[in-house]
Design a protein around this ligand. Structure first.
Ligand code: ARG
Length: 663
């Protein structure tokens, strides 16, 4: 599989002997830390302040013209006008082998690295460390000063589709974001558990099971479980809506008659009969038998579930994702839920209301969370109840340090209620270890009407489109070994990159229109009508453009006919052009970009870095030619490009993309 090398995190643990005097400083992993260390030490001496404090404030820059590192001096909290202070720092900073004399820009001091040592460190590192360059296994250590204490553990719950319903855009986004988060935590040295919490329980499975008796077909089920079950689901829901009409009508009649104080006994008997034979009621009864562990009912349900999981696994594999755990609503033990009721009762959190058990959050300092039903009148648990059971089960089973739920912002309230209940039940610490990562959702898609498409169909459509685009360049097309496979990878890349472009979830979730201004442009109201042309274009900041940049670097390496393993011995002094130096400076930032990403948890942090790099590469090819240059220069330039390819590859993999070598 193309998932991250398991050794990556271990590779990048810094040994105790190499430890810096500064906390969070790992010079053997992050070349910029050497510079930070140097700057902090000198400023500490010059201003007579705590160097560690300075260290923590020396920041990376988002554009190279602002320097390689920058210090906003106000953050030092020294009682002096920041503009004056910046000038002061500049004048007192000693001469250095590593950096040019700093410059002051308003309240900032900017530091530019001298190219010579930077080139040697960065290019040497990238070419030697390869996939491990940029990773930092220390971040996930329980105790960074004592590796024997082991790694921190995180559960990332994501994707979580509902069996028999379509895998919609929300699940796709959850899958892409969750996979990305799993990668980020892995390269930061955490022990990551990827969990899929399937919607695999509830009355709709009764409906589905009955529907299968009318419309189902064993052969079709085995062949294509997800599509077939969905077909059945749509058909049986059709029956429900048909029956709904007359039931509603009768109810109306009863109401009007009652208002006129007329006798309704006969109508009510009629209504009871209709309800009794309705699919909805049959589904309820079927589900009851599942809850009561009726073996036959459970066997059919289990078959649906197992077949669906098999199919999901194949689709996830296309996205470079494999789950460690397939959990689901069905898996939550009733003891966990009854245990929770008892705790709530004991803590005075829950109360009775019209025969049901509810939590009234407004009485517990959380006005915005309203009220939630925990146990229905008929004694059955709800979606929220199962999540409450699940959170405690997971805590007991995994002893995690952190848990992330990657779920659409439509469920903001649900997760806020879950965390609050957990806290109110007395598990404050558990609640504080949980986080909801949300994102905007596409509107206008209904499960029941059956107008939506499945993920596999989307990926196929986009792959086909990519194939067409590739065919337009006949010469190149002829050179691609397995065009269908390549088109498939490119298609998946298009979908993923377009989904990760634009800022996440949280801040944008305010207005649903705005959240998805990007998505709504691309999907039509009747389902997924991607703007295929835009996302499959090789121009602009698209997935294919990234793939193209990677493939081009691979092709250069092949054509150069140089020994790749020897590139690390190239004479980097020969890389004198501004283009070359800037590229090195950018490659030096990669470890910082990853660290920053571990804070923002936004794929766009990585993506925009990669686009900066690919733009820089595009403008370098004419200036820094490989073919036709003197042998020494040729080797040095090739080393630079090989290092760029490596970082591009590392970045694409963190995003969950499969970099292609030929295009
Ligand atoms: N299956 C749910 C849905 O599709 C998402 C599950 C989210 N996770 C959770 N723990 N509630 O809406």
């Amino acid at each position: 599989s193309a998932s991250l090398p398991a050794s990556v995190a271990a590779l990048s643990l810094q040994s105790t002997e190499q430890r810096s005097q500064f906390a969070g400083c790992f010079p053997t992993l992050n070349p910029m830390d050497t510079y930070r260390e140097h700057i902090a030490t000198e400023i500490g001496k010059a201003l007579n302040v705590d160097a560690q404090k300075v260290y923590a404030r020396v920041a990376w820059t988002s554009t190279l013209d602002k320097g390689d590192l920058s210090l906003p001096v106000a953050s030092l909290q020294i009682k002096q006008n920041p503009i004056e202070l910046a000038k002061d720092v500049v004048s007192k900073f000693p001469e250095s082998d590593l950096i040019y004399p700093p410059t002051a820009l308003g309240p900032h001091v900017q530091f530019f690295c001298k190219p010579q040592p930077l080139k040697n460190t960065v290019l040497g590192r990238v070419l030697k460390e390869k996939a491990a360059y940029g990773t930092n296994g220390n971040q996930g250590q329980k105790d960074p000063s004592d590796p024997s204490k082991g790694q921190k553990k995180i559960i990332i719950e994501f994707s979580s589709p509902n069996i028999a319903k379509p895998f919609h855009a929300g699940h796709l986004r959850s899958t892409i974001i969750g996979g990305f988060l799993a990668n980020i935590y892995t390269v930061m040295g955490w022990d990551v558990i990827k969990m899929n919490y399937l919607g695999d329980w509830g009355k709709q499975y009764g409906l589905l099971a009955n529907g299968f008796k009318y419309f189902g077909n064993e052969e079709a089920l085995v062949k294509d479980p997800i599509n077939h079950l969905f077909d059945v689901y749509v058909k049986v829901n059709g029956l429900v809506s048909e029956q709904d009409g007359p039931i509603k009508e009768l109810k109306e009649q009863i109401k009007t008659k009652k208002e006129k104080s007329e006798d309704v006994a006969e109508l009510e008997a009629q209504l009871a009969k209709l309800v009794d034979v309705s699919e909805d009621e049959k589904a309820r009864r079927y589900f009851k038998s599942m809850e009561d562990s009726d073996p036959e009912a459970l066997a059919l349900w289990r078959k649906f579930r197992d077949l669906s999981i098999e199919k999901y696994k194949q689709t996830y594999a296309r996205l470079n994702i494999d789950f460690d755990v397939y959990s689901g609503e069905s898996q939550i033990k009733s003891e966990s839920m009854t245990g929770a009721y008892k705790l709530m009762e004991k803590a005075g959190v829950s109360e009775e209301s019209e025969g049901a058990v509810i939590v009234d959050f407004t009485k517990h300092g959380a006005k915005k969370l309203g009220k939630a039903i925990i146990v229905r009148k008929d004694g059955t648990p709800l979606y929220l109840t199962r999540d409450i059971g699940a959170i405690t089960e997971r805590d007991e089973e995994y002893h995690f340090d952190k848990m992330i739920y990657v779920v659409a912002s439509q469920q903001d309230l649900h997760l806020a209620q879950l965390f609050k209940v957990t806290e109110l039940m007395g598990h404050k610490d558990l609640a504080s270890r949980c986080q909801h990562i949300n994102f905007g959702m596409v509107r206008g898609m209904s499960t029941r009407k059956g107008t939506v498409k499945f993920l596999d169909d989307i990926l196929r459509d986009v792959g086909d489109k990519m194939h067409e685009v590739m065919k337009k360049n006949e010469v190149k097309y002829a050179q691609v070994e397995d065009p269908v496979k390549t088109a498939d990878v490119l298609g998946i890349t298009s979908v993923m990159v377009q989904d990760m472009t634009g800022k996440r979830y949280v801040k944008m979730a305010r207005s649903s229109l705005q959240i998805n201004s990007m998505l709504i442009d691309h999907y039509s109201v009747n389902g997924y009508d991607f703007n295929l042309d835009a996302m499959t274009s090789f121009e602009g900041d698209t997935g294919p453009y990234l793939q193209y940049a990677h493939a081009r670097l691979c092709s250069m390496t092949r054509k150069s006919e140089l020994d790749v393993d020897d590139l690390v011995n190239a004479n980097f002094d020969l890389l004198t052009e501004k283009h070359a130096v800037d590229l090195v400076r950018l490659l030096a930032q990669w470890p910082d970009v990853l660290l920053q990403t571990a804070k923002t948890l936004e794929p766009i942090t990585v993506l925009s870095y990669l686009f900066r790099m690919t733009h820089m590469l595009s403008s370098s090819y004419d200036v820094l030619k490989v073919i036709g240059s003197e042998p020494d220069v040729k080797q040095a330039r090739m080393a630079l490009y090989a290092a760029a390819r490596q970082v591009l590859n590392n970045g694409m993999r963190v995003l969950g993309l499969n970099p292609v070598e030929r295009l």
